[in-house]
Design a protein around this ligand. Structure first.
Ligand SMILES: [Zn+2]
Length: 264
């Protein structure tokens, strides 16, 4: 469903895990992130793109390869795909597709397209890589820690920060690839805030915000959370439970984080 619309940015938010698909309109292109989740939701995004695309080129940035973020890829075969080198070289592509199939099996979901692992047209190999698209510049930064193939995108001059599964207002950090990588990626987000004039932040799950203080608070929460995982901090779980509406549903990820952070 439509979650946010202002100036050149439209954000769709799925009913599942409040997963977002951001759509940015430039003079020459439409840039989208992770079209997702349910068949009707993806149909809705498709209709929206069809109405607005005209003769522009469609670009899709995949923020990382978790199955919920690539589940819609087969529905946009005309798109030019942008993702990290690690995303392209993911050795577990088949497993990601199996996750999609298992999900659709479990909920009896039919799709009018065949889910695919995206073929990357523009591979992002290093931090600070840029791509000019008419009146916009896309700046890319590697973002490992949640998964090893994450990608941050900053779109200028409008100052849109697309962070994938980092800096959510409804989830604590989910560390599945590396604790230290995750810390470095959050530090990178701080640098992005210093280096770029960010006006709006869209996380992969949760709510877009155009409040700079809110973005800084999201970064700060992640930093504190990651630190406190190491200290056997019994208050942390309590605080997360009161901060996050759906904590019970994600509690096992918190316990895994504690284990991962403290693994020598
Ligand atoms: Zn996700």
């Amino acid at each position: 469903m439509l979650h946010y619309q202002k100036n050149n940015l439209t954000v769709f938010q799925s009913s599942l895990y409040k997963t977002t698909s951001a759509v940015i309109h430039s003079e020459e292109a439409i840039i989208m992130t992770d079209p997702t989740w349910l068949p009707e939701e993806i149909e809705g995004i498709k209709r929206y793109i069809k109405v607005h695309l005209g003769d522009k080129q469609l670009y899709i940035i995949y923020t990382h390869s978790d199955f919920d973020h690539i589940i819609g890829s087969g529905a946009f075969p005309e798109a030019t795909v942008i993702a990290s080198e690690e995303f392209q070289n993911n050795p577990k592509k088949e497993e990601v597709l199996k996750d999609i199939d298992a999900f659709d099996q479990e909920y009896y979901l039919e799709r009018n397209y065949v889910p695919q692992y995206p073929t990357v047209d523009r591979v992002i190999k290093k931090d600070g890589e840029k791509m000019e698209l008419g009146d916009m510049t896309l700046n890319f930064y590697k973002a490992p820690g949640h998964t090893n193939d994450g990608l941050f995108t900053v779109i200028e001059p409008c100052g849109i920060f697309l962070s994938g599964d980092y800096l959510s207002d409804i989830e604590f950090p989910f560390i599945t690839s590396g604790y230290h990588d995750y810390i470095d990626t959050i530090d990178k987000a701080s640098l992005i805030m210093q280096y770029h004039d960010i006006n709006i932040h869209v996380p992969g799950h949760g709510n877009a915000t155009n409040q700079k203080q809110e973005i800084m608070d999201r970064i700060d929460f992640s930093k504190q959370y990651l630190k406190r995982l190491l200290n056997n901090d019994t208050e942390l779980e309590k605080e997360c439970r009161s901060k996050f509406r759906f904590f019970e549903g994600m509690k096992s990820s918190h316990l895994e984080n504690v284990e991962r952070a403290n693994k020598k």
